[in-house]
Structure formats: structure tokens, C-alpha cells
Design a protein around this ligand. Structure first.
Ligand code: UDP
Ligand code: BGC
Ligand code: MN
Length: 251
């Protein structure tokens, strides 16, 4: 991937409003969609992601905003908690009906992969190049997922307890099933993504407790999630191509 500088990327996207907001000019979009991205120190990914996503979402004529939730050091990375924070912060900014939780390194390849929220939660990133465009296992719910606001509330969001890599998306799948929601997917031809190559960061190493947490998750669905979310918002800036939310969390 050729390197790009921010000035050029911003110039390519002059019609995006501060905070990373865009809506079609000549029609009323059916959905207001918040794209929530868990983030720390992946600037090169962020550039590629924004260059790709703004154009991609605009072709779909969506009314959307991009929220980058940046976890301060030194706490271990907590992807799930950043999603909950993104949900809470985006909700304060606008009346979104649909939330798409999105890794920064995943790029949708097919324009038929519509970024809306259907009647049931949708696992968007079913076919990733890293997994040879196959589902590694049926219940995988990582990468990119889409929830209507009311459903995300119903399941109490993600768990806040998964620090480090792994398991949090499996817990989300269990919450979804527990609440009698059905996980849906586009066909494997449509749900295709490229993952930008990366190593696993020291503060996002596989969490040795992830399986224990996962197996005991059910007893916490009601008490661990959106309704127990605690964080400190250090900053919020409406940058040209995204809303940046800098947060501190503790383990
Ligand atoms: N992430 C990040 N900085 C980190 C670790 C993770 O921004 O130090 C975010 C980023 O959005 C990334 C996601 O968390 O895509 C999931 O982490 P990772 O890509 O390492 O997991 P994978 O799904 O590739 O195993
Ligand atoms: C982890 C998930 C992850 C999946 C694919 C599983 O073992 O628990 O969090 O999404 O592997 O990498
Ligand atoms: Mn990745």
C-alpha cells in the first residue's frame, strides 16, 4: 500500500463534515449509521481505512458518522469496552438507529455489502482473506458486526471484562443467542474483506483468562456491559474525517 499523507486524504474527502459525518444531499437516508472503531496506535491502518470507507459508504448513500475510540496507555487493550464507549459517545452526538462495530484493519471488498442494520444482528466480516475467505467456525462474531440500537441495548452491549486479545466477540455471540436474536450474514461472496497485515501488539496479547471468562459469561450478561460501563473521557475532537474520542479505562 502506498503511503498517503493526511493533507491528501482530507483533500480527497472535502464533502465530509468535521467529525467524519456525511449524508446524501438529495435524498433522506433510511438509516443513521454510526461506525464505531476500537483503536490504539495504528495510524497507517487508519489512513487506509478512512480512504476506503468514506468512498465506500457514500456509494451506499448512507447517513453516517465515523467514531474512533482511542484507548490511552498503559492499560491492556479492551476492544469490547471500546465498542461500548463508542456506542455511548456516538449516541450523545446524534440519534443513530444502527451501530456498526468495526476493526480498523478490515476493508470491505464488495459494494453489495450494505452497511445498514437489518431486523436481526449481522456478522458482516464473514469472509476474510486472512482466513482464506472461509468462516473459521460457525459462531465467529469478530471483525465487523451490525446491531440495531434496540438490540444492542437489549443484550447490554459487550462485556467489559475482556482485556487483551480474544473471546469478547464469542461472548457477544452468546449474548445475542441468549436474548433469542438470530445472527445473520450476507453470502460469502458479498461478505468479503481484506485485513491489513499486522503483528499482535504487546498490550493485546491473547488473554489467558478468555476461556474462563467466556464459559462463565452468562451469569454476567445482566450486570456486565453497557449498564456497568466506567471510563474517563480524556478528549473528544471533531477531526476532519472522524470523531476522535480519547479514553482512559482501568483494569
Ligand atoms: N486495535 C488497535 N490497536 C491495538 C490493538 C488492536 O487499534 O494495539 C484494534 C484495531 O481496530 C484492530 C482490532 O482492535 O483491528 C482487533 O485487534 P487485532 O486486529 O489485533 O485482532 P485480530 O482480529 O486481527 O486477531
Ligand atoms: C477468539 C476470537 C477470535 C477468533 C478468530 C477465537 O479463538 O476467541 O476472539 O475472533 O478466534 O481469530
Ligand atoms: Mn486484525
Amino acid at each position: 500500500m502506498e503511503p498517503h499523507n493526511w493533507t491528501d486524504i482530507i483533500a480527497e474527502n472535502r464533502d465530509v463534515a468535521p467529525g467524519g459525518l456525511w449524508r446524501p444531499r438529495d435524498c433522506l437516508a433510511r438509516h443513521r449509521v454510526a461506525i464505531v472503531v476500537p483503536y490504539r496506535d495504528r495510524e497507517s491502518h487508519l489512513k487506509v481505512f478512512l480512504r476506503h470507507m468514506h468512498k465506500f459508504l457514500q456509494k451506499q448513500e448512507l447517513d453516517y458518522g465515523i467514531y474512533i475510540i482511542d484507548e490511552a496507555l498503559p492499560t491492556r487493550f479492551n476492544r469490547a469496552m471500546l465498542m461500548n464507549i463508542g456506542y455511548a459517545e456516538a449516541s450523545k452526538q446524534a440519534n443513530y438507529s444502527c451501530y456498526i462495530f468495526h476493526d480498523v484493519d478490515l476493508l470491505p471488498e464488495d459494494d453489495r455489502n450494505i452497511y445498514n442494520c437489518p431486523e436481526q444482528p449481522r456478522h458482516m466480516s464473514a469472509a476474510i482473506d486472512k482466513f482464506s475467505y472461509k468462516l473459521p467456525y460457525y459462531g465467529i462474531f469478530g471483525g465487523v458486526s451490525a446491531f440495531k440500537k434496540e438490540h444492542f441495548n437489549l443484550i447490554n452491549g459487550f462485556s467489559n471484562k475482556f482485556f487483551g486479545w480474544g473471546g469478547e466477540d464469542d461472548d457477544l455471540y452468546e449474548r445475542t443467542r441468549f436474548h433469542k436474536l438470530k445472527l445473520t450474514r450476507y453470502s460469502m461472496k458479498i461478505a468479503r474483506y481484506k485485513m491489513i497485515k499486522h503483528n499482535n501488539e504487546p498490550l493485546n496479547r491473547p488473554n489467558p483468562k478468555r476461556m474462563t471468562l467466556l464459559y462463565s459469561g452468562k451469569k454476567r450478561f445482566k450486570t456486565d456491559g453497557l449498564n456497568s460501563l466506567k471510563y474517563q473521557r480524556l478528549d473528544l475532537q471533531k477531526r476532519p474525517l472522524y470523531t476522535w474520542v480519547h479514553v482512559n479505562i482501568t483494569e
